[in-house]
Design a binder for this molecule. Structure first.
Ligand code: FAD
Ligand code: NAG
Ligand code: NAG
Ligand code: NAG
Ligand code: NAG
Ligand code: NAG
Ligand code: NAG
Ligand code: NAG
Length: 588
């Protein structure tokens, strides 16, 4: 029996014990649906038995910000001032947001963006105590999945897949909620929250199952392990792990599945290059081990194929490196003349080919550069950075070039205070910039000119985190081959969404971003973009994210997901924007 997803809440509303009464108004005509639908009774009992199967870990969601509001789902309630103050004080703190199921790092994905006004429950991220966002405002669940299972083991995932298969209730998968494209939320979906799968172990002689005789120095992590924790664990066993530039990204879920860049990637490769085994429940309900010796087609797809399209990861194993000292360069200045930023970016363009060849990776965000290299001595690092040091010094900025004993020491000292913001409603578009825009005079001048044009809209966020020096095995990963010849992964941020934007304003902001990122697409025909950080409305996303790998990926998708049970926005085998799963995505 298959019922329409709109029956999800309706059926649950009939279940007095199952549903939080505040949700009763989430579907305006819920009562009507609940009483008129004969399917609701069987859905209700299917939900009850699912809850029993997962040991009572089926939960109903509440909006993260709900304690601040006196109207929740249309009903008058007592606001909880103490809880609200805590939320306001930590609204942009990732370690706080990540503990709440109803919170997403980019809060626009908590809301139903396709609604004419705002169907959600946001505070004003630029001033979380702004009473205009709260007083008299109806706090709604919006795009947050109304129900979720706190996944404890692969069996929970199997139960949810069987439930979805027989009821038609759609699934979504969330880990730490960093997704820039809304792939981990979804109105009316049942969500699988893998955040609590936190195992960590190390083996200097890890053998992928079925690969007797082959060993790797590797760390195995549960899907829900924080990037911060995997860095600390690796350091504690005298190893370096190659991971992302933020404390609370889930290392072993969406990050490596989408490719996963690090500022150590220029030397050590993408996360997709370094994974050696994945344990995953594929959408056909089977708990599988994928590595170079078994389920090799699936393993290929999991190395950059992305999102939850190929199943729900329970744990994964990744190669590590010995502990090594690292050279760090941290340069900042305050632009004074209007041409300072353009001159600075132009200097960045001119030096990045040399820097890439010397193993430097890092971020350039407006007038700030933070780079590291494991390949140079401190003296060599100073000489290499001299042109940038001269520029920053001439602009009265600050310069630090120093050796740190480990990547963790660097991360702790420099990254936790510089990592990308969460809480504001940020939206990105990206492009992989090929090496010829750094190695040739013509390319450099074209790229610098386009960046100069873009500056009136936004300062590009540059990640020097492509696998430039890494010796990849041809054909082993699913990411677009454009990664291998790129030196920058460049992103442009849209004007921030506001808590009270209208639909027309959201459309305008998405379109404004697309126009700017389109200029970088036009400059770099045949290149691609990073799946996890791409434009929500990436045109020809199959080619942009996977290039020639797409046909093979689609075949793997069809093999392991014959019923089409898992789908996500612009993922492999995507059902398209008109699918009910995307009812809250704006249609441009
Ligand atoms: C502040 C910030 C900094 C970032 N920095 C970097 C960076 O340095 N390098 C980089 O490469 N990326 C970076 N990203 C992008 C990041 O890697 C992706 O957004 C990543 O998917 C986030 O993982 P998550 O668990 O936090 O997100 P979620 O939103 O929970 O999930 C992201 C995607 O993965 C899927 N997913 C989650 N868990 C599982 C699972 N167990 N099995 C299968 N699918 C799953 C979700 O369905 C969704 O499609 C950054 C993002 C943010 C917001
Ligand atoms: C699932 O069962 C547990 C334990 O019986 C109960 O506390 C919980 O509320 C149920 N979940 C839902 C969504 O009703
Ligand atoms: C879904 O249902 C089909 C047919 O009813 C069955 O063959 C398949 O195994 C089911 N899949 C899951 C994950 O339960
Ligand atoms: C890590 O290295 C230090 C210094 O060489 C040593 O004292 C320590 O025992 C090592 N720890 C592990 C877990 O190998
Ligand atoms: C740097 O500081 C000096 C001394 O205070 C000042 O004369 C000069 O104008 C400053 N330069 C810039 C670019 O701000
Ligand atoms: C940069 O853009 C400005 C206008 O925003 C223009 O005046 C200037 O000539 C441009 N500089 C270069 C080097 O293209
Ligand atoms: C890639 O391979 C070449 C040739 O074997 C080697 O010299 C180089 O050091 C390797 N690069 C990296 C980053 O390991
Ligand atoms: C949103 O709220 C701000 C004040 O916080 C106000 O200035 C602005 O006009 C509002 N926008 C809309 C579309 O209501």
């Amino acid at each position: 029996m298959v019922v329409a997803p709109t029956h999800l809440l309706a059926a649950l509303l009939a279940l007095g014990t199952l549903v939080d009464s505040s949700l009763a108004s989430a579907v305006p005509d819920a009562d009507k649906l609940a009483t008129s639908s004969s399917d609701s009774t069987s859905l209700e009992s299917a939900f009850s038995s699912l809850n029993a199967t997962v040991g009572g870990r089926l939960k109903s969601a509440v909006p993260f910000e709900a304690p601040c509001f006196s109207i929740v789902e249309g009903q008058s309630v007592q606001a909880d001032t103490a809880a609200c103050s805590a939320i306001q004080a930590s609204y942009t703190d990732p370690t706080f947001r990540v503990t709440h199921f109803g919170a997403y790092m980019l809060p626009q994905w908590e809301t139903c963006q396709s609604s004419q006004t705002t169907e959600g429950c946001l505070l004003d991220s630029s001033n979380p105590t702004n009473p205009l966002a709260i007083n008299g405002v109806n706090c709604q669940l919006g795009n947050v999945p109304p129900y979720y299972i706190e996944v404890n083991s692969y069996k929970d995932v199997q139960a949810a897949l069987a439930f979805s298969n027989s009821t038609g209730v759609r699934l979504s998968v969330k880990n730490k909620g960093h997704d820039y494209k809304g792939r981990s939320s979804g109105k009316d979906t049942l969500n699988l929250w893998t955040t609590n799968l936190r195992s960590l172990s190390h083996s200097a002689t890890f053998t992928p199952e079925g690969c007797e005789g082959k060993t790797y120095d590797a760390i195995t992590t549960g899907a829900g392990v924080f990037t911060q924790d995997v860095y600390q664990f690796a350091d504690s066993v005298n190893r370096t792990i190659i991971a992302g530039y933020h404390q609370t990204i889930g290392f072993s879920g969406g990050y490596f599945l989408g490719g996963g860049h690090s500022i150590l990637s220029p030397v050590y490769g993408l996360a997709a290059d370094r994974v050696v085994q994945v344990k995953i429940v594929t959408p056909d309900g089977v708990y599988r081990t994928a590595n170079e010796c078994q389920n090799t087609d699936l393993f290929f797809a999991l190395r950059g194929g992305g999102g939850s399209a190929f199943g729900v990861v329970i744990e994964s194993t990744h190669r590590v490196e010995p502990l090594f000292p690292i050279q760090a360069a941290v340069l900042k200045f305050t632009p004074s003349a209007s041409t300072d930023l353009a001159a600075w970016y132009s200097l960045m363009v001119d030096n990045s080919y040399k820097w890439a060849n010397e193993g430097w990776g890092g971020h350039i965000v407006g007038p700030t550069l933070i780079h590291v290299t494991p390949l140079l001595s401190t003296e060599e690092a100073r000489a290499s950075m001299q042109p940038a040091v001269d520029f920053v010094t001439a602009h009265n900025g600050t310069v630090t070039i120093e050796e740190l004993p480990s990547y963790l020491a660097f991360f702790t000292k420099y990254v936790t205070s510089a990592q990308a913001a969460v809480g504001p409603e940020i939206e990105l578009g990206t492009r992989l910039i090929p090496s010829k825009f750094f190695s040739t005079a013509e390319g450099r001048s074209q790229l610098s000119a386009l960046i100069n044009d873009t500056l009136s809209f936004a300062s590009p966020y540059i990640v020097a985190g492509t696998p430039w020096l890494f010796n990849a095995t041809a054909g082993a990963t699913a990411v677009t081959p454009a990664w291998r010849d790129a030196i920058w992964h460049l992103s442009v941020r849209a004007e921030l969404f506001q808590y009270n934007d209208t639909l027309a304003e959201r459309v305008a902001k998405y379109q404004g971003l697309s126009e700017h990122i389109q200029k970088f697409r036009d400059l770099t025909p045949g290149s691609g973009a990073y799946f996890n950080e791409g434009d929500v409305y990436e045109p020809d996303h199959e080619t942009a994210y996977w290039g020639d790998n797409y046909a093979k990926l689609l075949a793997v998708k069809q093999k392991y997901d014959p019923q089409g049970l898992l789908d996500c926005w612009q993922c492999v085998g995507w059902k398209g924007e008109s699918d009910d799963l995307y009812q809250c995505h704006v249609k441009l």
